[in-house]
Design a protein around this ligand. Structure first.
Ligand code: 6PG
Length: 256
């Protein structure tokens, strides 16, 4: 998939400051939740990890009133580091510290990746079974999350789908262990078909260190294997890019 992203098929939300970005993303999440619950009685979200969403989760926890229908919201992770859940690097631990421990979400509604399993492939397989069971999937089906949050690394990766890694080619599995040479570690990650099956995918990209790669992803002609975030194109869903001014500073076609 080398063709440039069709900017008409994505929503580019350019905010001035990181705080404006987190505010806009928080509003979109709560709007999507209300919409999903009204239409289908539940809201399924896959959280992203790393540092960018930390402030988003903190903001949601601070502002979201107890009256939110937390018991109808179900939390998953689009990727996880291959570490125990209480490890400082754990995406689960970060979300728990900033959000999940601060709002009344029933523990049964939270589905961490079993990353404490020393066998990363077994952990991925177990998480895949969790998705198949929760979404009552028939063989060959993919889960349709209401919202998948993604960050974008400075190399253009999303979730733990890093450039030129094996997991990028996976077309049938839902969750795989992905060896990332430059990290000298495995990650556990949703596959591209799961990302592209979502009702909505929202990227959160903040900071000048992302500016060059954001231009490549949104406006460049390099292959998706080199900049995997280019490959996220929900087949029947929305794609929203929340970017702040610093991250958008090298975009050529975006006005304003
Ligand atoms: C992770 C994330 C990863 C992250 C990007 C951006 O496990 O780290 O899932 O894909 O979103 O690396 O990270 P920052 O937000 O820290 O720049």
């Amino acid at each position: 998939m080398n063709s440039p992203l069709d900017l008409r098929k994505l929503e580019l939300r350019k905010l001035t400051t990181p705080q404006d970005l987190f505010q806009a993303a928080a509003e979109e999440i709560l709007r999507a939740a209300a919409d999903a619950i009204a239409q289908r009685g539940r809201f399924t979200i896959a959280l992203s990890g790393g540092s960018t969403p930390r402030n988003l989760y903190t903001l949601i926890a601070a502002n979201a009133s107890a009256s939110q229908p937390w018991d109808q919201m179900f939390f998953f992770w689009g990727d996880e580091r291959h570490v125990p859940l209480n490890d400082p690097d754990s995406n689960y631990r970060m979300a728990k510290e900033t959000l999940l421990s601060k709002v009344p979400i029933p523990p049964a509604n939270i589905f961490p990746v079993p990353a404490e399993n020393p066998d990363a492939a077994a952990a991925a397989q177990a998480y895949e079974e969790t998705l198949r069971k929760f979404f009552a999937l028939a063989p060959g089906d993919f889960p349709r999350f209401d919202l998948i949050l993604l960050g974008m690394g400075p190399d253009g990766h999303m979730a733990s789908l890093f450039p030129e890694t094996a997991a990028l080619q996976e077309k049938s599995r839902l969750v795989v262990a992905n060896w990332v040479e430059k990290l000298n570690n495995s990650r556990i990650t949703f596959t591209l078909p799961v990302l592209n099956a979502a009702r909505c995918v929202a990227f959160l990209v903040s900071g000048a260190d992302k500016a060059a790669v954001l231009h490549e992803v949104l406006e460049g002609k390099a292959p998706g294997e080199k900049y995997p975030s280019k490959l996220v194109r929900p087949s029947a869903g929305k794609l929203i890019w929340f970017v702040d001014r610093a991250a958008a500073s090298e975009l050529l076609k975006v006005s304003g």
